[in-house]
Design a protein around this ligand. Structure first.
Ligand code: FCB
Length: 452
């Protein structure tokens, strides 16, 4: 693994032009997004773990530039952000030009500072008027989403050519319907089929539309790939259980967004007139893996028991195993789709920044390993640039390279920001940095290098 494009044994180099960025989403950072369904959800008691609300969030609607300037100073050259549909289109017949102007300012600032934008069109939140019309459960959302996409690309297309239609469709469906802990908070398993079918159609139509408007556009979506490994690989029932969970969470959606054909149990695998090709790139959001055991007592959970590998280090309680190898495995898996890949999110909840430095080094090394084996990874966006409102976990889980006190809006640039910055600035992982952060990794990462 010590080989390196520049022939430098002291560095794991990345391809020229690799994007080193961070990712955020509108509701989590902008603040005061009171016209969407998440805002309404937060106000109801019991929905947010620490009883907090998004409130001003990281106040990006007023001062995104403050954090983006830090990102650029630290050597990053990209940023993934999302548009807040409820700001741009607060009602069915309204379109807010001031909101357009604000996004143009933010995107313009990013471009000036050398941060290549990737825009996500849907990152979990819906305008209240779309929610009231049934949200993703109602097929009427498809033309509404496409119309929103048309307006957004018309208004911002000169500033961005990397478009991510939908963020983590299966996380949205699992959390919103199956577990019911996010909006809409109902629907159960039965609602997951129609929802996925509507999302795939919305993606497909948006994909073609964006290409009609913008010839050089690159369009994809972000898939959260979780690894599901059998608790006991020698046990047939565990292997079957892991395969089932993997199919439902990973495989079905990966196939559906690739060619527009939604497989059972979510769809009937009806082929349209022609097989479509619906992604120019795949976005991978990777966080963790789960071990899966067959458990005959868990009838309501499809006889499946999922848990974090007790033998591995884990991040904050409840957030799962730290498993960098999984990022490499997920990238290898996505390589089968034969399109460029972006790691559209990877990150760790770590309020004290004690695990994040090593996490960054190990995960960047995993990306490098995949690239060395021919996987076409074009960039990586760390989650996240700044602490933000972490959905149902509220402010209890901090993911930022920049720490934030949401009350005072005071920022602290964490040690890990500098580490990620050094990787970005040198477009690679230098031996010296690994020696500082995780010296025990030196023999594996730089096996051929006597010194560095
Ligand atoms: C992902 C979401 C993102 C953030 C991270 C921690 O599933 O896309 O908004 O919440 O997890």
């Amino acid at each position: 693994m010590s080989d390196d494009a520049e022939g430098n044994p002291g560095k794991l180099s990345f391809p020229e032009g690799f994007i080193w960025g961070t990712a955020t989403s509108s509701h989590q950072v902008e603040g005061d997004n009171h016209l969407n369904d998440w805002w309404a959800w937060e106000q109801a008691p019991g929905h947010i773990e620490d009883a907090s609300t998004s409130g001003l969030a990281a106040n990006w609607w007023q001062m995104a530039e403050q954090d983006l300037a830090i990102a650029a100073e630290l050597g990053q050259n990209g940023h993934r952000l999302s548009l807040e549909w409820s700001r741009l289109q607060p009602a069915r017949d309204a379109w807010d030009e001031r909101a357009v102007e604000r996004y143009r300012q933010i995107l313009g600032f990013m471009r000036e500072r050398g941060l290549e934008p990737m825009i996500t069109l849907h990152h979990f939140t819906l305008p209240l008027w779309v929610r009231e019309a049934g949200g993703w459960a109602n097929e009427q959302i498809v033309p509404l989403f496409v119309e929103f996409t048309r307006r957004a690309v018309d208004a911002l297309g000169d500033l961005c050519h990397l478009w991510c239609t939908i963020n983590e469709p299966m996380v949205y469906i699992a959390m919103g319907c199956v577990f019911g802990v996010w909006p809409p908070g109902r629907g159960g398993l039965r609602a997951s089929g129609p929802m996925l079918r509507h999302m795939v159609r919305a993606h497909a139509d948006a994909y073609h539309l964006i290409h009609r408007i913008q010839s050089q556009a690159q369009v994809g979506y972000a898939k959260h790939v979780r690894l599901f490994d059998p608790a006991d690989p020698a046990r047939w029932a565990d292997r079957r259980a892991a395969g089932l969970v993997d199919y439902l969470f990973n495989e079905a959606a990966l196939r559906a967004f690739d060619d527009g054909v939604v497989p059972p149990p979510f769809g009937r695998a009806l082929r349209r007139n022609r097989a479509e090709h619906l992604v120019d790139f795949l976005g991978l959001n990777y966080y963790s893996r789960e071990m899966v055991a067959f458990d005959p007592r868990r009838k309501d959970e499809m006889y499946v028991h999922r848990f974090a590998n007790p033998a591995s280090p884990f991040s904050m309680e409840g957030w799962g195993e730290i498993y960098p190898e999984g990022l490499y495995r997920a990238l290898k898996r996505l390589a089968a789709y034969e399109v460029p890949l972006y790691v559209t999110e990877f990150g760790i909840p770590d309020n004290t920044d004690s695990q994040r430095p090593r996490f960054i080094v190990e995960h960047v090394a995993a990306i490098h390993r995949a690239i060395q084996e021919g996987v076409p990874v074009k960039g990586a966006f760390f989650w996240s640039l700044v602490d933000n409102f972490e959905w149902a976990a509220g402010w209890s889980a901090r993911f930022g390279l920049i720490g934030l006190d949401p009350q005072t809006q005071e920022r602290t640039v964490r040690q890990s920001a500098g580490i990620y910055g050094r990787i970005a600035a040198s477009n690679g992982l230098e031996r010296g940095l690994v020696a500082e952060v995780a010296p025990d990794l030196l023999p594996t990462l730089f096996s051929g290098a006597a010194s560095g």
